[in-house]
Write a protein that binds this ligand. Structure first.
Ligand SMILES: Cc1cc2nc3c(=O)[nH]c(=O)nc-3n(C[C@H](O)[C@H](O)[C@H](O)COP(=O)(O)O)c2cc1C
Length: 256
C-alpha cells in the first residue's frame, strides 16, 4: 500500500484496451466500501463508456483528449436525492437539501473516487481527475440528467496507460503538516519550500511549445504569474465559475 500510494502519477494517455464489466463492477464496489458520513452514502457515480456521450463530456471538460482516449469516464456526484427519496417514501421528516448536505455528499463522493483510483492503480490501470467538473457543473447536470439534490463534484478517466510519466514534485512535508496548531511560514520559508517547484514547473511549462510562446508573448517570467494569468486560473474565471456554482447549487436545491 505504501509503495502504491507513493508511486501515484496522473495518466492522461490511454491504449484502446477496454475495461470489462466485471472489472468495472469490482472497482465500483471498492468505492461503495468507503467510509461515508453516517453511512448515508450520499454520493452517486455516473459511468460513461458510450462514445457519443464521451464526446459530449469531452466538450464540457475543455476538450481534454484523455476523455476520448480513456475507455471509462466516471462522474462522481454529491447525492442527497436518494436519501431524500427514502425519507419521502417513509413519510419521515425531510432534510439534507442545503449546503451542509452538499458538502457532506462532496466529501463522500471524493473519498469513494479516491478509493476507486487507488484500487485501479493497484492493478496497473491509470487514472486522472478532472477539476473541469466544477467548471461545467451546470451543463454536466443537464447532460447527465441529474435530479435536484445531485451535483457533480469530480470526474475520473480510467484506462490502460499509454504513457509512463515521471513522479511530479511535491511540497516538503514540513510546510504541509502542522504540529498541534497552524504554523505560518516566513517569506524566506515560503520561497525555500517552493524553490524546487518553481524550477521544475517553469521548465515543464516551457517545454510545451504552445505554452512557451504564449507566456513569452505575455511577458510572464514566473510560475506564479502563469498560475493566475489568463492562460491558467485567472481571477475573472474563478469569479464567473463561482457565481455559476452558487446559482446552480440553488437551482439543485443545495443551498439553504
Ligand atoms: C481535483 C483534481 C482535479 C484535477 N483536474 C485535472 C484536469 O482537469 N486535467 C488534468 O489534466 N489533470 C487534472 N488533475 C490532475 C492534477 O493536475 C495532478 O494530480 C497534479 O498535477 C499532480 O500530478 P500527479 O497526479 O501526476 O502526481 C486534477 C487533480 C485533482 C485532484
Amino acid at each position: 500500500m505504501f509503495k502504491l500510494a507513493n508511486s501515484h502519477r496522473s495518466i492522461r494517455s490511454f491504449t484502446s484496451q477496454n475495461i470489462d464489466d466485471a472489472l468495472l463492477n469490482d472497482l465500483l464496489l471498492t468505492g461503495l466500501r468507503s467510509s461515508s458520513s453516517g453511512n448515508m452514502q450520499t454520493w452517486s457515480v455516473i459511468v460513461t463508456r458510450d462514445e457519443a456521450q464521451k464526446r459530449n463530456l469531452y466538450e464540457l471538460h475543455g476538450e481534454q483528449q484523455m476523455v476520448l482516449e480513456a475507455p471509462l469516464v466516471l462522474t462522481f456526484c454529491a447525492d442527497v436525492f436518494r436519501m431524500r427519496e427514502w425519507i419521502r417514501v417513509n413519510n419521515s421528516k425531510q432534510s439534507f437539501d442545503d449546503l451542509l448536505g452538499f458538502l457532506t455528499g462532496t466529501v463522500d463522493a471524493t473519498i469513494a473516487a479516491q478509493t476507486i483510483s487507488l484500487t485501479a492503480e493497484s492493478i496497473g490501470l491509470g487514472i486522472c481527475y478532472m477539476g473541469t467538473t466544477w467548471w461545467a457543473a451546470d451543463q454536466i447536470i443537464e447532460l447527465l440528467e441529474l435530479p435536484q439534490g445531485v451535483f457533480p463534484v469530480t470526474s475520473l478517466v480510467i484506462g490502460h496507460p499509454a504513457e509512463n510519466p515521471p513522479l511530479r514534485d511535491r511540497l516538503p512535508i514540513e510546510v504541509m503538516v502542522h504540529q498541534e496548531k497552524y504554523q505560518r511560514l516566513s517569506d524566506a520559508e515560503i520561497r525555500a519550500a517552493h524553490a524546487d517547484r518553481e524550477e521544475k514547473a517553469w521548465a515543464r511549462y516551457n517545454a510545451i511549445e504552445s505554452v512557451r510562446t504564449k507566456i513569452a508573448d505575455a511577458g510572464i517570467t514566473k510560475v506564479t504569474d502563469y498560475y493566475t494569468s489568463d492562460f491558467k486560473y485567472p481571477k475573472a474565471l474563478h469569479q464567473r465559475i463561482s457565481k455559476m456554482l452558487m446559482a446552480t447549487l440553488q437551482a439543485q436545491g443545495l443551498w439553504l
